[in-house]
Ligand binder design. Structure first.
Ligand code: AMP
Length: 467
């Protein structure tokens, strides 16, 4: 399909697309929309930035319009599950933008904010509910929500949900849904455990796929700077001073690390802000808005907090800490070089562990990364740990157990969350240490990553985090 007109979407939806200036469908949209319109279940392999949200939102809105009924109290017709509150907010914004001419009723159910307003917002029943799994279950368990009327289920970023330990929650939610429904399942990677989850949830699904993770990496100028641990902060400061940076996203492994980096940059006269799960929702929203507007040039984030945030014009992604899951590296650097823009990713690599992570990354992206060596003799003498060996020593987490804290092993023992209680921010949960086997899926097509300029103006309005 080369034009949105070819899909035969209902006029109010086509009108909204004209409003937001979408003319040509992206590859994932061309593949997914006709299948979803025909009522098929779908298993889609695509990352954020490919236009994936519209690929499920548009056909669902079309179906809603075709049989418009008032939802019953405390129910929803469409349930979208997403791993983080930021991504959930963005998905809801997209539904509201594409549904702007149909008076769509919608609500958000995310953790980390009081439940009262969410309970009230779903009381009369809504057409679209976007939720993180933990909060959704809390609402169901407190009888504020019934899932008996769900006609459409979307599971977005399934691999990330699994990483975050949401698998049992998802199974519980799916068990409460009507069997007769349409399910659209999206994941950036398709390791075995995700394929099994999909098989259990989907009926004769059609497969659609764009971009193997590796191809994202090819378009970005990647630098690796080997340094001593103790020199990382000084190097980061220098980089931020010397590089022609429009907007930089700096990744740290832990929340504490993010705060430490911000503090040290401040001492060197560089303004930066941190975004992670310990910050209040309001604070994160404010910081992100300022980053989007270019008022903040340097944002320091943990992976989970940064997930799902799309900001245009990030010229540099800096890995202050290298992630121990190679796919995370690809997700991180994919924040730059969008829509054909230039982008640079710089990784500060120190010590044997990070050299091991680097090798895992190079294996995944199939590109040897040129290294600039600024280590002292002491730093150089640290031998790289063999990667298989490292992985082999990881203690497997029982399937479905939610991970509890930063990857910092010291903290993990001290700050374990009790199970079965209302979860705090899902954005704050760390990724799993074990990497998925991310073999590029079959049927991969080339993909364009899109800018967010075309995102409609009204995106941050009434529904945003208000429910
Ligand atoms: P997503 O992958 O769904 O997060 O979308 C990435 C960005 O691309 C968002 O800013 C969308 O508003 C934008 N977008 C999605 N589809 C199109 C399209 N067909 N044409 C132009 N922009 C689009």
């Amino acid at each position: 399909m080369t034009s949105f007109q070819d899909f035969g979407l209902a006029e109010p939806i086509a009108h909204a697309l004209r409003d937001v200036n979408y003319v040509t469908p992206t590859p994932i949209q061309s593949q997914t929309i006709p299948l979803a319109l025909s009522g098929r279940d779908i298993i889609g392999i695509a990352q954020t930035g490919t236009g994936k949200t519209a690929s499920f939102a548009l056909p669902i809105l079309h179906h809603l319009l075709a049989s418009r009924i008032k939802p019953q109290a405390k129910t929803c017709r469409v349930l979208v599950l997403s791993p983080t509150r930021e991504l959930s907010g963005q998905i809801l914004d997209s539904f509201n933008a594409y549904g702007r001419h149909i008076r769509l009723t919608s609500a958000l159910a995310i953790g980390g904010v009081p439940m009262g307003r969410q309970v009230r917002s779903i009381m009369p029943g809504v057409e679209v509910l976007v939720a993180t799994p933990g909060r959704l279950l809390d609402l169901v368990q407190s009888n504020a929500l019934k899932l008996t009327q769900v006609e459409f289920l979307v599971l977005d970023e399934a691999d990330r949900m699994l990483d975050m330990g949401f698998i049992n929650d998802i199974r519980k939610i799916v068990a409460k849904l009507p069997i007769r429904r349409q399910t659209l399942f999206f994941s950036a990677t398709m390791p075995k455990d995700i394929a099994e989850l999909a098989a259990a949830m989907l009926r004769d699904p059609a497969r659609v796929a764009v971009t193997p993770v590796a191809s994202t990496a090819e378009r970005i100028c990647q630098r690796v700077i080997q340094v001593d641990h103790s020199a990382k902060l000084a190097f980061l400061t220098e980089l931020l001073k010397q590089e022609p940076i429009d907007r930089a996203l700096v990744f740290t492994r832990t929340k504490h690390g993010a705060d430490k980096v911000v503090k040290n940059l401040a001492k060197a006269g560089i303004a930066a802000n941190a975004i992670h799960g310990n910050k209040s929702q309001n604070n994160r929203e404010r910081v992100l808005a300022a980053f989007r507007l270019g008022k903040i040039r340097t944002l320091v984030a943990t992976d989970i907090a940064a997930r799902g945030i799309d900001v245009d014009g990030i010229s540099h992604v800096i890995n202050f800490d290298l992630p121990n899951v190679p796919e995370t590296y690809v997700h991180r650097i994919g924040r730059t070089a969008r829509a054909g823009a230039a982008g640079t990713a710089i990784s500060l690599v120190a010590g044997a562990d990070e050299l091991g992570y680097l090798r895992d990354i190079e294996r995944l992206i199939r590109i040897p990364l040129p290294r600039e060596d600024h280590r002292t003799d002491a730093g150089r003498n640290a031998a790289p740990a063999p990667s298989q060996h490292r992985r082999g020593h990881q203690t497997p987490r029982p399937q479905g157990a939610r991970q509890t804290d930063d990857q910092n092993p010291e903290k993990r023992s001290r700050r374990r969350r009790p199970r079965g209680k209302i979860k705090s921010s899902p954005t704050d949960r760390p990724e799993r240490r074990r990497a998925h086997g991310a073999a590029p899926p079959d049927g991969i097509q080339d993909v364009a990553f899109l800018r967010r300029d075309s995102r409609p103006d009204g995106r941050a309005k009434r529904n945003r985090y208000s429910h």
